[in-house]
Design a protein around this ligand. Sequence first.
Ligand code: PEP
Ligand code: MG
Length: 581
Amino acid sequence: MKTITGIPGSPGIAIGKVFLYTNQNLKVPVYPIEEKEADGEMERLFEAVEKTRNDLQELKERSKKQNGEKDLEIIETHLMILDDPDLADQVRKEVSQQLVNAERALEVVISRTVEALERSADEYLKERTMDFYDVFNRVMHHLLYLERTTLYEIQHQVILVSGTLLPSEVLTLNKTYVKGFALDAGGKTSHTAILARSFEIPAVLGLVDITSQVSSGDVIIADGNEGKVIIRPDRETIEEYVTRLTKWESHEKKLLELHELPAVTTDGHRVHLRANLEIPEEVESALIHGAEGVGLYRSEFLFLKPGEIADEQEQYEAYAKVLKGMGSQLPVTVRTIDVGGDKVIPELQVSDEENPILGWRAVRFCLSRRDIFRTQLKAMLRASVHGQLRIMFPMISGIEELEDVLNELDEVKQECREQEIPFDESIQIGTMIEVPAAALISDIIAQRVDFFSIGTNDLIQYTIAVDRGNEKIAYLYQPFHPGVLRFIRMIIDSGHKAGIPVGMCGEMAGDPLSTVLLLGLGLDEFSMSPAALLEVKRIIRSVNLHEAQELVDDIMEMQSYRDINTYVRKWMNERIKFFKY
Ligand code: PEP
Ligand code: MG
């Protein structure tokens, strides 16, 4: 038995067998061969191709059974690439002329093909690069006699152990079978962690090398509350954790009693608690946990599944589903596509930017793909007749960008009027404030929009210059850094001076340790994963605004996040009874 510590990524406890997912970071060996060995190398290659063909055929059958015809097109494309005689000829030439091993020759040929595709003017061809990489990866695993695991293989309850896990992979895996995640990499506000919390899957991240410490089939305990993984636990430890799990579940059940009560302090100060959603199906959980609307619907998740670019109708249906689900009175804040960083649309973006976090993200992406942007705005306007849809723009960094997106919206509105498409003429428009420059000019931005939502996940990342997904520097990612707190205060004050409500949809809004501080700073709306709502409500209902403001006065005088963390933790522990095992 061994315990390793990481970062608590998503609360809850999972006990089960490991499914080790290991198809990342493949190292391609390079070595010279003699002329007489060339045929042998090609034989090895054909053997690997044959095995890959069998895998793909099997996958096709399984996928047909599970999803009908839906994913077949991708698999067919992969089979076509695999059987391309020209590719095989090129590899043969590379092996015999350069006298290199089959792995190296294959790598060279695939890179050349992908480069040519990227230069092509044909969008369809450009979009095939990911398919080439996928096939390459499969063949390479067989060449190296490595076992390649795929998420499709998960057919029974497991804890998924992996180096990293992309948000798009979390979306596609079968959630009824995955009881927990334990990952080498990742930070608390990475989108993988956010999705784990949304789907209520316990997760421990930043474990550094758990992938080399376990094998598939090993029993582990993933404790997402404390950020620990226990490898091959003994019977006593398992029993102890089963008891903890039962206690945790009954604590969660008890919180459900609060779901219809308002989020109001003991002296009558009312705030609103809303849900962050990634997929429309989460509405149910939002309602169970008493959400008063949606503070952030991350629409980009409609585009992140491989092979799926949602068209206008699909988007309209998704937005309408959320609006109808929430009822006509509660606001539903749909954020325009926020891709880039750790969310890459496989069909539209290739993740080859040097600084993706500072790169082609969010509105920057939308303003350079106005076709996609306008389609989305139209879908939102069409859906707006079904309830209180609010449009929110992410990553606004300045007034020019804001004017540009607002003009685009005006034009799409005009188009709807001309085509007699009904929409909500008084639709509310807001921006996320998550770029430091936007925080500094929040007084100017506030003049032009109906609401603000503070995106602390990015605001902290950009303010402290700390990559939110990098476990090596996770210790620097501090919501209570005085610089961050000053920004939050500045944004709230700017919003209030302009008479608009200020919300927060970054993970800080759902962190119980921050609740009283944010109340004291004057935050109007807290938006978070549905499962976090009731604990935050419990805290709000047990304090008064005056004491929250006093707490803010005290901590705003402090100079270090360490002191603030200690002070807030002590303050909270003295007043609030937190769940303990
Ligand atoms: C944020 O940055 O705080 C936010 C809510 O957006 P995302 O996590 O999707 O970047
Ligand atoms: Mg953000």
